[in-house]
Design a binder for this molecule. Sequence first.
Ligand code: ATP
Ligand code: MG
Length: 424
Amino acid sequence: MGKNVKAIRGMHDLLPDQSPMWHFLEDRVRQVVDGYGYRDMRTPILEMTELFSRSIGEVTDIVEKEMYTFADRNGDSLTLRPENTASCVRAGIENGLFHNQIQRIWYRGPMFRHERPQKGRYRQFYQIGVEAYGLPGPDIDLEVILISRRFWQVLGLEGLELQINSLGTSEERTAYRELLVTYLSDYKDQLDEDSLRRLDSNPLRILDSKNPDLKQLIADAPVLMEHLGEESLSHFETLCAGLDACGVDYVVNPRLVRGLDYYGRTVFEWVTDRLGAQGTVCAGGRYDGLVEQLGGRPTPAVGFAMGVERLIALLEESENKPSLKQLDAYLVLMGEAAQKQGLILAEKLRGQCPDLRLLVNCGAGSFKSQFKKADRSGARYALILGDDELKQDIIGVKPLRGEGEQRQIALSDLAGFFSQRHLP
Ligand code: ATP
Ligand code: MG
């Protein structure tokens, strides 16, 4: 036999033991976005490569070195999406969703980036994102940030810090760019290879460098916020006032720039110190130029994406870790008649109690071994049906998580029994 085929490095399976936490997160997220009137959108995982190079920016980590790009059988250059915003914009333009319309949308799904795999950084990872199109004002910036805060609230995540900044307009960035280049040019000997290259092509990217040796140099660089025009400043101040009014704590971080070129004005990140180097769980901002850049009419837009694996890691180690859905009952079947009747009974019960999570023992086995399986299944109750019970139209109900003694109830009362237990 040959060697077993393994998963691709940096790409992980979601195993059955792990999926309840993902469902918890996804269910809560969905409740929140529904509550704000956002509707979801699903775009293909593959897109034309050009979509990403034209939107994310040619001189960014993602486009320069992280994309999974290949030629398909027709010779077209395709790319596994490294993020979902460009696809949403493409789909919006293609389907006429932006013209004279406001769109509030959300998405979720896998993204692909050829990065160095480490804790919190994978080559396939999941994002959930929220985006609003057609609204230029700081009120919608506030709304999307409030949505992100509500996610943490409903998930029970504490201690996340909101950092915000303004990147101004593209004119303001162009003026600032010159100041930055002048400043950095005096320290060329300290810059790493990437940064030296970017000094000409995309100097703002240098501020986003993860190289610790550049930290001080970046900290002393001119600050974009100090070179913003009146309108950008007032947009930012109105957003800050809104955050204050809604009781959202935040830190203004004038060094915050995002790893994608399309952002302007508002940018923000939610960060934690509990995940080591990969501490950003959610990041976003305004990208008013993107729709036009991809061929649509000018359409203001704002949104964010969060990293699901990083949020799951936080949930797993959180002090008030959520209690996850378990099985309600495990049906133990003793004897031939009970084995036959058991499946019929279980089907009827599922019809009567649509929320019931019931597992039926298959493959017979001794009472002891069936009972062991029942206990290991995590179910709240073992239901015990043997030939004696069948004759009397009763069933044994044994609480497995310490809620009293085993008792017998009439088969006809079983549905009522579970309805009263307030199954979620
Ligand atoms: P980072 O600075 O950590 O590389 P980024 O700026 O590249 O993040 P975005 O493109 O803004 O990240 O993506 C939004 C969120 O998606 C991030 O804040 C993070 O939580 C998550 N994320 C990004 N890349 C990865 C990855 N390779 N593995 C897991 N999660 C990721
Ligand atoms: Mg990155």
